[in-house]
Design a protein around this ligand. Structure first.
Ligand SMILES: Nc1ncnc2c1ncn2[C@@H]1O[C@H](COP(=O)(O)OP(=O)(O)OP(=O)(O)O)[C@@H](O)[C@H]1O
Ligand SMILES: [Mg+2]
Length: 245
């Protein structure tokens, strides 16, 4: 199988498509993605020719200095931001060939996303936040599933509490529970252990690895945490908007 430290250059699409198990199509294909932003002061290139694929069940850490473009890349993979050039395919579907509604539907069906800034609903309790994606998907048993997931991240005693009374790390765990609860095919998480103490970070890391093992969830994690990066099969290093060789 895949070894640690492979960069995109060392894993061309052809390799994924011709593994011994037969034809395994990439679950995520990022193809020549560029992102530039312009304002009155000029044009800034945030991402340059990002190109890699991830197979189903793979775990990848996106690492790099602050400002190198990691969050921007993750948002584009999630279809939450648009590339200036290039494409992203999720399960073969070109995300940006879809209209906004269809893209949102595909995202809801396949992706869990944990934002660097959590983005919880402030007028909803922890439990209601975690129930929300289940209810939007019309799934039964939302309350029980959400309760169980909050228990797994150590917040079983805080179900009725609103984000404003939770610490940063607690809010992060609610955000993780919300992303995990729908058991997505792909979990994209931006610094998921960034505001957690060592022990809680370890619990959350284990939860993500369990999801990967038990459900085959593909993980793409932006992280500054060397322990978390080391537990992923691949590391994709971004330097000033490019994949480092
Ligand atoms: N909409 C935007 N307009 C202007 N600049 C932007 C915009 N979005 C991102 N940037 C810039 O692009 C660069 C990359 O930002 P990004 O948030 O992707 O970095 P990052 O690698 O996630 O950093 P960190 O580790 O600090 O979270 C930064 O210099 C940021 O200021
Ligand atoms: Mg970031």
């Amino acid at each position: 199988m895949l070894k640690n430290n492979l960069t995109s250059e060392s894993l061309p699409v052809g390799l994924v498509a011709s593994t011994a198990a037969g034809a395994v199509s990439p679950l995520i294909a990022v193809e020549h993605v560029f992102k530039t932003v312009s304002d009155s002061t000029g044009t800034l290139t945030i991402l340059r020719d990002i190109d890699f694929t991830l197979a189903p069940r793979e775990t990848a850490a996106i690492v790099g200095a602050s400002g190198s473009g990691k969050s921007t890349l993750l948002s584009i993979i999630a279809g939450l931001d648009t590339p200036t050039e290039g494409t992203v395919r999720l399960a073969g579907q070109d995300l940006f060939a879809l209209n906004e509604d269809d893209r949102a539907a595909l995202r809801a069906q396949k992706l869990g996303f944990v934002f660097q800034s959590f983005q919880l609903m402030n007028h909803m309790s922890a439990l209601e936040n975690v129930m929300l994606p289940l209810e939007l998907a019309g799934m039964r048993g939302a309350r029980a599933l959400a309760t169980e997931m909050l228990q797994r991240v150590g917040l079983g005693q805080r179900l009725g509490h609103y984000p404003r009374v939770l610490s940063g790390g607690e809010q992060q765990r609610v955000a993780l529970a919300r992303a995990f609860v729908v058991q997505p095919a792909v979990l994209l998480a931006d610094e998921p252990t960034g505001s957690l103490d060592f022990a809680t970070g370890e619990t959350v890391m284990q939860l993500m690895m369990d999801l990967n093992q038990e459900l085959g969830t593909t993980l793409v994690l932006v992280t500054h945490d060397p322990l978390l990066a080391a537990r992923c099969q691949r590391r994709i290093v971004i330097e000033a908007g490019r994949i480092a060789a």
